[in-house]
Unconditional design. Sequence first.
Length: 170
Amino acid sequence: MENGNEEQKTIEVAVKALALDQRTKVPVVLLKEKEGERILPIWIGPSEASAIAIVLEDVIPQRPLTHDLLLLMIEGLRAKVQKVVITELKENTFYARIILVQGERFISVDARPSDSVALALRARAPIFVSDGIFDRQSSPPVETDPEDRAEALRRYLRDLDLKDFGRLEG
């Protein structure tokens, strides 16, 4: 869990947009190189899309949501989110690490990319992608209007019916 030093080459990215895959109706976060044109699409769940959209749209919830609570806990432990890194892709699943710094100590935590992005946006921490992932999975620049994609995602999230998720058995 410790050790914030990544040996792999990484590329800094920014969240270009949230979109809705028209074929599967699944939300996608689009990460674009800061110093280039490649875009990395990562398919995510609706709740993670909502958590990212809240930050992108500058919505301030009345009470802390899960990622807000996580950030408050990290800060309460006198740590800081230094960066997040999407580290690898195995069997069509992306993996990420959240790199925390607490004094002189670095802590590297395994996390889903969607949660990592949601946390990084809240902490205003940079987001990086391993160069190897970018080489294998990036898409050409998206030419469609980002506002159209964002509106489609907003409609999808607004129209979600909690019954579609089934019932959790405990």
